[in-house]
Write a protein that binds this ligand. Structure first.
Ligand code: VGL
Ligand code: ZN
Length: 210
């Protein structure tokens, strides 16, 4: 896989202020992915970004559930859902991409999590595992069949996206030094094991060739 191959896309997951230090759902060292990802963006001809993009009353926010605390798990109509602090609310600074992220050349910004009643970790399917974001069709219509994923957070949006990508038949690589994790109750180790077991290639940015 060469980063400039016409069938290869870099997908940058949720590098937004709320997932960086000072943000509402800060991931430890989240901002440290920015220089790594800027280097990757330079290498790839096809770059796609995802943006977590919630309405203010989103059902994944603990604030909307009586007695619900951030990081609790509750049952919603589609299954278990972790409750989060309010984050990445549409139009707020927390939802903006990190100010140093060099994303001008992005060909697509895919927003997800905009339906009030359902969360969307994956870039491909919302958390019911059925409602499509449209990304599968977009990539396939463009002949982009090899994907390199990186961003925030390793154990949620990156892992869910990577697992869906292999399931949908994409050759899928995750660049780990461009990722940081939330790591709730061992979720990072679990995500790494699941991705490895599913055939996702786990690598570092230095191993990406042009
Ligand atoms: C994410 C939790 C809630 C992520 C988004 O980008 O990994 N995690 N919303
Ligand atoms: Zn979210």
């Amino acid at each position: 896989m060469g980063a400039r191959d016409d069938d290869t896309a870099l997908i940058v997951i949720d590098v937004q202020n709320d997932f960086c230090p000072g943000g509402a759902l800060a991931v430890g060292d989240g901002h440290a992915v920015v220089p790594v990802i800027n280097g990757l963006i330079d290498l790839f001809d096809h770059v796609i970004l995802t943006q977590d993009w919630h309405p203010a009353d989103h059902s994944s926010f603990a604030s909307g559930h009586d007695g619900g605390e951030p990081f609790d798990t509750i049952d919603l109509h589609y299954g278990a859902q972790t409750l989060w602090p309010d984050h990445c609310v549409q139009g707020t600074a927390g939802a903006d991409f990190h100010g140093d992220l060099a994303w001008d050349k992005a060909q697509l910004v895919l927003r997800k999590g905009f339906r009030p009643g359902i969360d969307s970790y994956s870039a491909f399917f919302e958390n019911d595992r059925e409602t499509s974001t449209g990304l599968n069709g977009y990539l396939k219509e463009r002949g982009l069949r090899k994907l390199v994923l990186t961003g925030l957070a390793t154990d949620f949006c990156v892992a869910y996206s990577a697992l869906d990508a292999v399931r949908l038949g994409f050759e899928t690589t995750v660049v780990l030094d461009g990722c940081r994790a939330i790591d709730l109750d061992g979720s990072l180790d679990a995500a790494l094991a699941q991705m490895g077991g599913a055939g996702v290639v786990l690598t570092e940015s230095g191993a990406i060739s042009v």
